[in-house]
Design a protein around this ligand. Sequence first.
Ligand SMILES: NC(=O)c1ccc[n+]([C@@H]2O[C@H](COP(=O)([O-])OP(=O)(O)OC[C@H]3O[C@@H](n4cnc5c(N)ncnc54)[C@H](O)[C@@H]3O)[C@@H](O)[C@H]2O)c1
Ligand SMILES: [Zn+2]
Length: 365
Amino acid sequence: MKTLRIPVRLRQTRDRSYEISVSAGMMKHLPAILSRRWPGRRIFVISDNRVGRLYGRAFMRELLAQGADCSLLEFKQGEESKNSGTAYLLQSQLLRGGVKRDSLVVALGGGVVGDMAGYVAATVLRGIGFVQVPTTLLAQVDSSVGGKVGVDHPVGKNLIGAFHQPLAVFIDPAVLATLPDDEFRNGLAEIAKIAAGLDAAFFRRIERNAPALRKTDVRQLSWLIARAVGLKAAVVEKDELESGLRKALNLGHTIGHAVEASSGFAIKHGVAVAIGMAAEANLAVRLGLMPERDRTRLLNTLRALRLPTRLPRIRKHGQFLAALAADKKSLSDGTRFVLPSAIGSSAINVNVPREFIMDLLRPKP
Ligand SMILES: NC(=O)c1ccc[n+]([C@@H]2O[C@H](COP(=O)([O-])OP(=O)(O)OC[C@H]3O[C@@H](n4cnc5c(N)ncnc54)[C@H](O)[C@@H]3O)[C@@H](O)[C@H]2O)c1
Ligand SMILES: [Zn+2]
C-alpha cells in the first residue's frame, strides 16, 4: 500500500519578545501602567494570601480606580499549593469569571505564584497573555524570566508544565523590604550562581559588596537584579527551550536538588544551590577543571552573603543518589554535571566519577 505523505510546515513563529523593567517604587504605578498598555482587557490578578495581603489588595483598589474590569484570586502561600488541584481551582475561577482570549493574567508574588499563574495562563483557552510581577528576589532574578511555567506532581517538582513567555515583567526591588531574611538569601544564591557561571566582572562586584548588602538597599539591588536578569535573558534568547547553553544556568543545581530532596525540602532551594555550588566547585578543583584560587573566592563570597557552603550530614545516601540520578537536568547515560571552570565560566556535561560523589557523602572530621 502506498503511503500518502502530507507535510505540515510550521516555520512561521510569532515574535514573543518582551521587556523586563526594574524600577524601585514601581508597584504603586503599575495599575496605571497596565490599564494604559492593555486598555479594556479583563484582568485576573493571581497571588498568594501573604502577598495578596501585603500588596494585592492595594493593587486591586488602584486597578479599580483606573476603571479596569478585574478580580483578585488568591491561594494559600507555599510550595504545597503548587499543584494541579490549585491550578484547576484557578482555571475554574477564570472560566466562571468570564475569561476571554484577550484577558490578562497578572502573576503577583514569588516563584510559586509565577509558575502557577503562568501555567494557568498557558492552559486556559489554550493560552492567554500574562504579566509577571515578581515579589521575591528569587522570582525577580530567576523564575520570572525564561517562560518556564508549571506545577509539581507527587512524583517530583515542576514535572507538569509548559513554556509560556510573559508579555512583560515588572520588577520593583522596593517590595523586598518586607521579604523574610531567609527568602532574601535564597535569591542571593541565584544571583551568585548567575555571576559565578557567566560573568567574572559581575561576580567581582558581588564579591566587593556582599558584606554590606541589605534588602532595603534598593539602589544596589536594582543594579544587581538588572544585571542578573540581563545575563539570564541573554542565555534564554539563545536557547529558549533549554537544549544546551541554558544548562549553564543549572550550576549548583544538580547537587542542590539532591540536598533539597534528601532534606525532605527542609533546606530551601537557594540555600541548597549555594551548598551545591560549593560542592561542585570542590569536584571541579579535584578534576583539575577549576583553579583553587577561584574556588576560594566563590566560597568566601557565598559565606559573605550568609549562605552555607558545607554539605549537611546526609544520612540517607540512597535517597541522595536517587535524587541526583532523577535530576531531570541530567542525561540518561549517568549523571552529568555543570561544573564551574573558573569564576565567570562553567563547563557543561562533565562526567563525574562515582567515587568522587561518594567522597562528598563521607562525614568530614
Ligand atoms: N520557572 C522557573 O524558571 C523557576 C526558576 C526557579 C524557581 N522556580 C520556582 O519558584 C518557586 C520558589 O519561588 P520563591 O522562592 O519566590 O517562593 P514563594 O513564591 O513560595 O515565596 C516565598 C514566600 O515569600 C512570600 N513573599 C513573596 N513576596 C513577598 C514580599 N515581597 N514580602 C513578604 N513576603 C513575600 C510568599 O508569600 C511565600 O510565603 C519554586 O516553586 C520553584 O520551583 C521556578
Ligand atoms: Zn534555582
